[in-house]
Design a protein around this ligand. Structure first.
Ligand code: ADP
Ligand code: MG
Length: 384
């Protein structure tokens, strides 16, 4: 990818660019917890967006996307916003840095990526984080704090791409480190690294390639249930709720609200249990918690679907260590913690059985927990 990007840059723009990259992400556990003030547990992966960038001494930005095979040119003022949706991510990052008093001058860039688009691995966060990191390095002497770079990506989605996302994806993409997952406290924004470098297991994502559009905005309904129960308990969010507290009001709330809150409370505890297990190198417990999360998402939170439950069942039948829905639900991926020697057989089985039942093969992506945003040359030196 590096050679392809540099060759394209040289033929298109000529100058000597600097290479930057940032990663897609997975979330091992901690689903539907962010808006309840709980924890998420993401890590950056070995699928990246990489960009070659050089200042061009003008007030214009010229960016070429290799994967889309299109060039965009725009100025740095608000009214200069490009029409191409992919270029709005780059424009948004520039604008958000400028809004914060940072410096962005004209530059030329060529980029490409191997984060699958729209598969739940957050290619958009990889794109934003790559450019945010690069522009911080090129024009701001790295004076913008790394967490702020993640916020710049998040604001880009909100203000330029019409996606009202949380901070997790950009956080993971910017802050990720090889062999480490991060527990992010969505209330305080404090975070801590935990080792994730299993010798005998690998992570395999299975993308069902289905997305069920539901008419009655199920996400908002889940949120409202959580808010209602928190309020009833006199809490701001379910973060501080316990099962004992929930059980004490069980007869005062609807069964639906009870089970939604139960999932959120149990999920928070599962994240903490996974942290302990990882510190002890106990991947079997990690896997067990993943299955528990799936069950909770399916039965209590009711955000699964037939296809995802089927993928989970196959994982179980194959003896996969852990498996669960990753992301909001109603389609998308499962994340699977698989013993290395079992992985080829699992992949084969899941593809065959899923196709038999649903008529198309799921996409399978093995992933390794890797570094987040970085300058590419530096990493090469570090490795040597
Ligand atoms: P995801 O879940 O992968 O983040 P999104 O819909 O949020 O999916 O973001 C995908 C969008 O990000 C694409 O439509 C495109 O505009 C941009 N994008 C991601 N990867 C690339 C790439 N390799 N080249 C160009 N644009 C990309
Ligand atoms: Mg996205």
């Amino acid at each position: 990818m590096k050679e392809k990007i540099l060759a394209e840059f040289h033929s298109r723009f000529g100058e000597n660019p600097v290479l930057y990259a940032s990663a897609g992400r997975i979330n091992l556990i901690g689903e539907h917890t962010d808006y309840n003030g709980g924890f998420v547990f993401p890590g950056a992966i070995d699928k990246v967006i990489m960009a070659a960038i050089a200042p061009n001494e003008t007030d214009k930005v010229r960016v070429f996307s290799i994967d889309i095979n299109e060039e965009a040119e725009f100025g740095l003022n608000e009214e200069d916003a490009p029409k191409q949706s992919w270029a709005r991510y780059v424009f948004g990052v520039c604008r958000e840095i400028l809004k914060r008093g940072g410096i962005v001058k004209g530059f030329d860039a060529v980029f490409a990526g191997n984060v699958p688009l729209g598969a739940g691995l957050s290619s958009s966060a990889a794109l934003e984080s790559c450019f945010a990191f690069a522009l911080n390095d090129l024009f701001n002497d790295n004076t913008i704090d790394k967490f702020e770079l993640a916020r710049i990506g998040q604001s880009t989605e909100h203000n330029y791409c019409g996606v009202n996302c949380g901070i997790m994806d950009q956080f993971a993409s910017v802050m990720g480190q090889k062999g480490k997952l991060m527990r992010l406290d969505c209330r305080s924004m404090e975070f801590e690294y935990f080792p994730f470098d299993p010798e005998d297991y690998e992570l395999v994502l299975v993308d069902s390639r289905v997305k069920h559009e539901l008419a009655d905005s199920p996400y908002n309904k889940r949120r409202e249930s959580c808010e209602r129960v928190a309020k009833r308990l006199g809490l701001e969010t379910l973060r501080d709720a316990t099962m004992q507290m929930l059980n004490s009001i069980r007869t005062d709330i609807t069964a639906e609200d009870y089970f939604r809150a139960k999932f959120v409370i149990e999920e928070k505890d599962r994240v903490l249990a996974v942290c302990d297990a990882l510190n002890a190198g106990d991947y079997e417990t990690v896997g067990q918690k993943m299955y528990e999360t799936h069950k909770g998402l399916s039965e209590d939170y009711e955000v699964s679907c037939e296809e995802l439950d089927f993928l989970n069942d196959i994982a179980k039948e194959c003896g996969v260590t852990g498996s669960r829905i990753m992301g909001g639900g109603f389609g998308g991926c499962t994340i699977n913690l698989v013993k290395k020697d079992l992985a080829p057989e699992f992949v084969e089985t899941v593809k065959t059985k899923f196709k038999e039942k649903y008529g198309h093969e799921p996409k399978v992506y093995p992933v390794v927990i890797s570094d987040g945003a970085h300058k590419v040359e530096e990493t090469v030196e570090e490795v040597n």
